[in-house]
Design a protein around this ligand. Structure first.
Ligand SMILES: Nc1nc2c(ncn2[C@@H]2O[C@H](COP(=O)(O)OP(=O)(O)OP(=O)(O)O)[C@@H](O)[C@H]2O)c(=O)[nH]1
Length: 201
């Protein structure tokens, strides 16, 4: 893995999961490169993409909060069963999950429950068109109908997940997030990741 320059405040690892063909790779490509790839090339094992974003905290009194440079590492897992033992090994390090299904595939929707069993914390669910209401099934999990083809809701779903992850880190890390710096952010993030297992959500 080649890491680009270390000029960031937080390294956040998000992971896309869901059945094969639901659009994980295509979604991430739209998010990082703002392009759509209509071809289906199944992911072998695991892959990742990266993006730098600026995250601004919300202040309770309505004033503009603090601004952080965030390096997003977006892990793209293979949906195929034969890679399952490899891909699940990466779940442990993820701070948030983009759980995807395809609205035109009932099976991929039914399998959302199975994917959910592997992790319990920060997660957004995505689908590509609208005729089911997942909100009833998973009332506390943000749900988006995204389209990698048009770009609809793509950015918003990732920003929502990042916001959930950052808010939880603020709660989990002893020192205020404002003190975070490159040199010690990895240990803090490890602490936050470890805390994920204890999280009651
Ligand atoms: N029209 C449309 N097609 C999509 C969308 N998202 C994905 N696709 C298509 O669906 C197919 C599968 O997409 P992938 O992103 O490769 O699926 P995946 O979930 O990464 O699959 P695995 O790597 O096998 O786990 C591709 O042909 C994509 O172009 C979308 O939002 N709209």
């Amino acid at each position: 893995i080649t890491m680009t320059d270390g000029d960031y405040d937080y390294l956040i690892k998000l992971l896309a999961l869901g059945d094969s063909g639901v659009g994980k790779t295509t979604f991430l490509y739209r998010y990082t490169d703002n392009k759509f790839n209509p071809k289906f090339i199944t992911t072998v094992g695991i892959d990742f993409r990266e993006k730098r974003v600026v995250y601004t905290t919300n202040s309770p009194n309505g004033t503009t909060g603090k601004t952080f440079k965030v390096h997003l590492q977006l892990w793209d897992t293979a949906g195929q069963e034969r890679f399952r033992s490899l891909t699940t090994a990466f779940f442990r390090d993820a701070m948030g999950f983009l759980l995807m299904f395809d609205l035109t595939s009932q099976q991929s929707f039914l399998n959302v429950r199975n994917w959910m069993k592997n992790h319990k914390c920060e997660c957004v669910i995505q689908a590509s068109s609208s005729d089911v209401c997942l909100c009833l099934l998973f009332p506390r999990i943000p749900y988006f109908e995204t389209s990698a083809a048009t770009g609809a809701e793509v950015e918003k779903s990732v920003v929502t997940l990042l916001d959930l992850v950052m808010k939880r880190m603020e709660q989990c890390v002893d020192k205020p997030a404002a003190d975070a710096h490159n040199t010690d952010s990895s240990s803090k993030l490890d602490a936050a990741a470890a805390d994920e297992k204890k999280c009651a959500c």
